[in-house]
Write a protein that binds this ligand. Structure first.
Ligand code: COA
Length: 213
């Protein structure tokens, strides 16, 4: 407990006196946006970062716990896409006066749900394209355009986003994925902070092995 406060995933403003950083979950209105506890964004509103997302959209945006979303990040949803299997991409059916019925689902590009894991850090102004899956612990560089899936604990950057490197050894990544610290209680996580923020990765690996046994 710090400053006499206990971390509460249902408060909107976790920094006293500052309203440009919010825990996202308690602000969500759209039932097709699901966000886990303690994921925050550096803004005073989250849903305007989710674009081309309508009441009739068929996809969902699913974000895990403890993600860190910078300002200017955009989650582009599937209804951003125009029909591409005909000679014109012009969406006549959406505009008044044009005699076109909406295309059937088979004629529209659809990449499924966008799924972001836990403890993912998404850098400033990154764009996450429809249907992308980003694994736990990944880092997305500033201004990246992410069009393909990102493996857990991997750093990607650029347009198109490419792998810069894996963050840790395969052994440590496997332990972290088994351990899933984000699923633990606030009290347990508070106790684990020295492990989660220790830069001696050998020591961390030993500690995780011990705790998993
Ligand atoms: C990706 C990032 C985390 C750096 O990771 P890193 O492993 O330390 O990478 P390095 O700085 O060593 O750079 C490695 C290479 O990637 C390139 N690179 C780094 N970040 C990049 C980015 N966002 N876009 C494109 N290329 C990038 C570097 O230019 C370098 O290229 P080179 O090998 O050709 O010289 C960092 O650059 C970044 O984008 N941070 C996000 C910061 C942010 O947006 N914060 C928001 C507030 S929370």
């Amino acid at each position: 407990m710090k400053d006499g406060k206990r971390p509460d995933p249902n408060v909107i403003h976790p920094i006293a006196g500052y309203d440009r950083e919010i825990y996202v979950k308690p602000t969500i209105q759209n039932p097709n946006v699901m966000v886990g506890d303690f994921t925050y964004i550096a803004d005073s509103d989250f849903e305007h970062h989710v674009t081309h997302f309508y009441p009739w959209s068929r996809d969902r945006l699913i974000i895990g716990k403890f993600c860190q979303i910078a300002s200017g990040v955009e989650f582009v949803m599937n209804d951003a896409n125009h029909q591409m299997n005909a000679v014109s991409t012009f969406p006549f059916y959406t505009l008044e006066g044009w005699e076109m019925k909406p295309p059937g689902p088979q004629d529209m590009p659809f990449k499924g749900d966008t799924v972001i894991g836990n403890d993912v850090w998404i850098g400033q102004n990154a764009v996450i394209l429809p249907g992308v899956h980003i694994g736990d612990g990944a880092i997305i560089g500033a201004s990246s355009v992410v069009g393909s899936d990102v493996a857990p604990y991997t750093i990607v950057a650029g347009n198109p986003a490419k792998v810069l490197r894996k963050r840790f050894s395969d052994e440590l990544i496997a332990l972290l994925l088994r351990f899933q610290w984000w699923e633990k209680s606030v009290d347990e996580i508070n106790r684990l902070i020295p492990v989660l923020t220790c830069s001696d990765l050998k020591k961390v690996e030993d500690e995780l092995r011990k705790q998993l046994n």
